[in-house]
Design a protein around this ligand. Structure first.
Ligand SMILES: [Mn+2]
Length: 431
């Protein structure tokens, strides 16, 4: 029996207030789409099958190196984070999986944790290792890097941590390890570029060798920060070279905020798909650098264009195409539950809009070099308000027609505040 975090009657009542208008909007959209030879129910079923994972750390209020402003009733451990994730999934019905982060989410009994998640209707997807900060009692510091540290002992410590993450993840039912390292340098000349990358590959080969048969390792690149002059895995090129060097079980993960401004990310996605190296995504949005803003809050058309590539790969039944979708954001001034629900919907919205692209007409326009018509076909899909489809997909699965409104009506934070006094610390962070 799945334990619900928000009273199911409240969800039913708020849905009942909105059901009539939703039915009208849905019927109107059904008629519009029928004229474009699109069956709205087929699209709604695809929307219902869509999943994007929630990062455990996203449930805590984020911050910057300047300050963090804690919110009410923040989760203090992985069990409370899962409670919040259950709320998100209960109302959105598209976030069944949680991505844990170690050692922040380390527990003594991972079987118990898996059972706890299962009772909440949640499962675990990729696990994340953390060698970008030192932990209390840690023997060797990562100040000068982890998997690329010039000290062999520090490298071995980082390798061992990644291997224990795989073992914990196996107990949780996960199938992939995501590795992001902040290794790099802050001064020209500080680090020998080639030797550092050789050390990275040596370390990753040992982690790769520890992967179970049905596991994958996802490499995450990032242009800068915490290293501000050079980063060892700085872009998708270095990322995919390493993934190719390691083998079929190694793939490249795309975090939308981890590229230089104006980079054509959808084209990177296409390249990774073509060479069977697309691991998946960390969705967020960004204006300056790795801002970790809410998905789709600034550049919804870019997110749509990325999904255009993903849906195209689905449409063409591209071999080996099975990316993992995940949010990776920092919520500094919003309630993290509201931001994660809203972001999950925005990612789902991009997916559904991309399903509306008339692919055969697009291919014909491309073959005819009809640039304007190709662009118009994409815009026709992007400019369609698919909100009624998303709401209907949630409603048909007993989720909320309007997740944020229902969540606010439930007063969830106030209801649990007494059970979650502030601990003064946070296990959350920005990755
Ligand atoms: Mn990330």
């Amino acid at each position: 029996m799945t334990e619900l975090r928000i009273d199911a009657n409240l969800v039913a009542e708020t849905n009942a207030q909105q059901a009539e208008y939703l039915a009208q909007d849905y019927d109107m959209l059904a008629g519009q789409l029928a004229r474009r030879n699109i069956d709205i129910n087929a699209i709604t079923e695809r929307a219902m099958a869509f999943e994007v994972a929630v990062p455990s750390w996203g449930t805590g209020t984020g911050g910057t190196r300047f300050a963090r402003f804690p919110g009410l009733a923040e989760p203090r451990n992985i069990f409370e984070k899962l409670q919040d994730c259950a709320v998100i999934n209960q109302l959105t019905r598209c976030t069944r999986e949680v991505s844990p982060h170690f050692p922040w989410d380390r527990v003594d009994d991972f079987s118990e944790l898996r059972q706890y998640a299962d009772n909440l209707g949640l499962g675990f997807t990729c696990v994340n290792s953390n060698t970008f900060q030192d932990q209390p009692g840690q023997q060797h510091s990562y100040k000068y890097g982890s998997l690329t540290n010039t000290s062999q002992a520090a490298r071995e410590q980082a390798i061992a941590h990644n291997i224990e993450c795989i073992q914990w993840g196996q107990t949780l039912g996960a199938k992939a390890l995501t590795v992001w390292v902040g290794d790099g340098s802050n001064h020209p000349g500080q680090q020998h570029f080639q030797h550092a990358l050789e050390r990275y590959l040596d370390s990753m080969r040992k982690i790769y060798a520890a992967l179970p048969d049905d596991w994958q390792v996802f490499i995450e690149h990032k242009m800068f920060e915490p290293a501000f002059y050079s980063t060892v895995i700085q872009d998708w090129g270095t990322n995919v070279l390493c993934a190719m060097e390691l083998g079929d079980k190694a793939k490249s993960l795309v975090d939308l905020g981890h590229h230089a401004p104006n980079v054509n990310i959808e084209m990177i996605v296409s390249r990774l798909i073509q060479f069977k190296k697309l691991a998946g995504f960390h969705f967020n949005d960004s204006k300056y650098g790795d801002d970790d803003l809410d998905s789709g809050s600034l550049h919804p058309y870019q997110q749509f264009l990325i999904f255009n590539e993903l849906v195209d790969a689905e449409y063409r039944k591209q071999e080996g195409f099975a990316p993992c979708y995940m949010l990776d954001q920092s919520h500094n001034v919003t309630d993290p539950i509201e931001s994660l629900m809203n972001s999950a919907e925005e990612v789902q919205r991009s997916y559904v809009k991309a399903l509306l692209v008339d692919r055969e007409a697009l291919y014909a326009a491309q073959a005819d070099n009809d640039a304007l018509q190709a662009s118009r076909l994409l815009k026709a899909a992007f400019n369609t308000d698919v909100g009624p489809i998303l709401a209907m997909a949630r409603s048909r699965q007993n989720g909320a027609i309007d997740p944020v409104q229902t969540y606010r009506a439930a007063n969830y934070r106030a209801a649990i505040a007494a059970d979650r006094p502030s601990s003064g610390v946070s296990g959350s962070g920005i990755v």
